[in-house]
Design a protein around this ligand. Structure first.
Ligand SMILES: [Zn+2]
Length: 295
């Protein structure tokens, strides 16, 4: 009963969040110029996810923050030391390997807005994340399909999932899924979304799921990456964010086989370190820091 009342409360807050989100859009537009290039970096934070985005106009977004302070060291490589602001932080769901490092980010950077899922989890890190979102960020938003952020210079981030339903047993089922678009290129971020969510997305979005770069769901666990989903996305690059020799055995061989049904490059943060894409909307280039690059 308590959980139900929270859902109703959140729905009410969501209406406000959508309105406030629009204000953020205008705040976000028009920061420092990056010569028309957008950067998308899958940070090597071991077993977990952390993604850094810098739009063509310099707006910065972090999707997840890994499990610990590793994200700060990686961000230090991506952002100049004098830049102490991040425009939007998105925590895809409440697992430690996604939000564990975010309180440290919020401590060290001024954060414009935090986007979080409607779900809650009874853990210390989840409570801390919620508290930070409510008290330390400029704005707190609840993710809902259809919300969009104009990141400036023609780049945008669109929430594809979740809709209004909440899964109270498995928080991966509430994972935020979002699509980043700039010019001819798209990046699909899936958090720990399961095959169940992938099938819902295929049903709702069909051909619109096509993306150049797919962040593979759940670190390459076989609970994600339905071969049909891969066929819908048809990525040129798939990125698996997982730790070397992790206890879960990620990535699972079924996932690699599913990804191999499409001709593409399959990359992992374990082997490649930071995986960084740069695009001007037309060209798409890839850098990894295991090839002598200072990323
Ligand atoms: Zn995870």
């Amino acid at each position: 009963m308590q959980k139900l009342s929270r859902v109703n409360y959140l729905k009410a807050v969501l209406l406000l969040a959508v309105v406030v989100g629009n204000i953020f859009v205008w705040y976000a537009v028009g920061r420092e110029n990056r010569d028309g290039y957008m950067t998308v970096a899958f940070l090597d934070v071991g077993q977990g996810d952390a993604i850094f985005i810098e739009s063509p106009t310099g707006n910065q977004v972090i999707i997840d923050g890994g499990k610990d302070g590793a994200v700060l060291r990686r961000l230090g490589k991506m952002m100049p030391f004098y830049d102490r602001t991040i425009d939007l932080i998105m925590g895809t769901h409440h697992d430690l390997d996604h939000i564990g490092g975010l309180p440290l980010v919020v401590e060290r950077y001024r954060v414009g807005a935090v986007m979080r899922p409607l779900s809650i989890k009874d853990t210390a890190i989840s409570k801390r994340f919620e508290e930070d979102a409510d008290t330390r960020a400029g704005m707190s938003l609840f993710a809902m399909r259809g919300q969009g952020f104009d990141l400036g210079g023609g780049a945008s981030l669109l929430v594809l999932y979740p809709g209004e339903t909440l899964d109270e047993k498995d928080d991966n089922e509430n994972s935020i899924v979002a699509m980043l678009s700039y010019g001819e290129h798209k990046f699909l971020f899936t958090g720990d979304a399961s095959q169940n969510i992938e099938r819902k997305l295929m049903h709702m979005d069909g051909e619109l799921l096509r993306a150049d770069v797919l962040k593979v769901g759940h670190h390459g666990s076989k609970t994600s990456t339905d071969p049909q989903f891969v066929a819908s996305v048809r990525p040129s690059y798939s990125v698996i964010s997982s730790g070397c020799k992790n206890k879960f055995g990620h990535p699972h061989k079924e996932v690699i086989e599913a990804l191999e049904t499409v001709k593409q490059n399959i990359l992992g943060t374990c082997e490649s370190g930071n995986i960084v894409f740069r695009t001007n909307g037309t060209d798409l280039t890839l850098l990894t820091n295991k090839k002598g690059n200072s990323l």
